[in-house]
Design a protein around this ligand. Structure first.
Ligand code: GRG
Length: 328
């Protein structure tokens, strides 16, 4: 379906240009962007490949090439690094698992090994460290829960303690921070709400209070910020909207104005999406812009799951097959 047939009376998504931008950014290995992103290439691959899948163009990449590189990033511990020769971290392990899920290639994984690596990062209080160096953050709680759920190994961790820890990071404004007492931030809210959604624990969220805080993130231009008094940024189209959808309060924001803000951040000539109109594009904002449009049901963009951050058809394929452990 082309966006010209849509009910959105505004600029259009230049989908073909974004596809070309994603495919080209992979080829420009010497560019500044590639060099500074070298250590987190696994995240970049997840952002780029998911963008392609949402635009129904995943077939444009060589599955074998991606997977043979991806497997060079796995360590003896079972965890994945951001690139060949780097150290493993749970951040990159989730991206690796998500990429394999996109390609329907989870069967090449030693699931026992990967899940033991992730589960081994749970601490006594239920929180998760990101790697052996021990930094604790609710981002890592989400990542561990999302990863283990995709691998159908949630039973390897103490889910009750994991949930209790996340709840201990809830603030009086209804939001969540990275550790107990830390300021509410839309990115951390996505992580906490996502982890609670996956574990069937959303009853811990005050949906009206949090919904109010989240819908107040919309500013005059239609864009969303991540916390009060901050500038809007396309990436919050994902962190805020997905959270609003999970708590069933997405109708509290002006969706048409947000669509316009995202479309205004496109590079109409060379493809790619930036944080704000007229800034330089990058792969991170291109993904979160397209993913935001997916949550807004923009025509021609496949539906994405707000908790797992993967296309709905991919999640259905995984969760509806034999061996599913439903925690709901
Ligand atoms: C699978 C989608 C997915 C995520 C994996 C890594 C992760 C889990 C979640 C990250 C959540 C997070 C903290 C997002 C915020 C990212 C961001 C733009 C941070 C910028 O923070 P500041 O303080 O910017 O620099 P503001 O906008 O507050 O000025």
């Amino acid at each position: 379906m082309s966006s010209s047939s849509s009910s959105f009376q505004m600029g259009q998504l230049v989908a073909d240009k974004h596809v070309r931008y994603v495919l080209m950014s992979e080829k420009k290995k010497e560019s500044f962007e590639s060099v500074v992103m070298d250590h987190l290439r696994m995240n970049g691959a997840y952002w780029g490949l998911t963008t392609l899948d949402l635009l129904d163009k995943l077939g444009s990449v060589s599955v074998d090439e991606v997977i043979s590189w991806l497997m060079t990033c796995q360590h003896e511990s079972g965890g994945f690094a951001g690139n060949t020769g780097h150290d493993p971290h749970v951040l990159y392990t989730l991206s690796a698992v998500q990429i394999l899920a996109l390609f329907d290639k989870l069967d090449i994984l030693d699931v026992g090994k990967v899940s033991s690596y992730v589960a081994g990062l749970q601490n006594e209080d239920g929180s998760f460290s990101g790697d052996i160096w021990g930094e604790v953050d609710t981002r890592f709680s989400y990542i561990a829960i999302c990863c283990l759920s995709i691998l159908k190994c949630l039973d390897k961790i103490n889910v009750e303690k994991a949930v209790d820890y996340i709840v201990s990071c809830k603030n009086l404004d209804g939001g969540f921070g990275c550790t107990p007492g830390a300021e509410s931030h839309a990115g951390q809210i996505f992580c906490c709400v996502g982890a609670l959604a996956i574990t069937g624990s959303l009853h811990h969220v005050d949906k009206d209070l949090l919904g109010w805080w989240l819908c107040e993130r919309q500013v005059k231009s239609g864009g969303l910020n991540g916390r009060p008094e901050k500038l809007p940024d396309v990436c919050y189209s994902w962190w805020v909207l997905s959270s609003l959808i999970m708590i069933d309060r997405v109708h509290w924001i002006d969706k048409a104005k947000l669509v316009k803000f995202i479309l205004d951040c496109q590079d109409l000539e060379n493809g790619g999406i930036s944080d704000r109109p007229d800034d330089a594009v990058d792969i991170f904002h291109t993904y979160f812009g397209v993913a935001g449009l997916s949550l807004l049901e923009y025509p021609g963009v496949k539906a994405i799951d707000p908790a797992y951050a993967l296309p709905v058809d991919v999640i259905n394929r995984i969760l509806l097959t034999k061996g599913t452990q439903m925690v709901f």
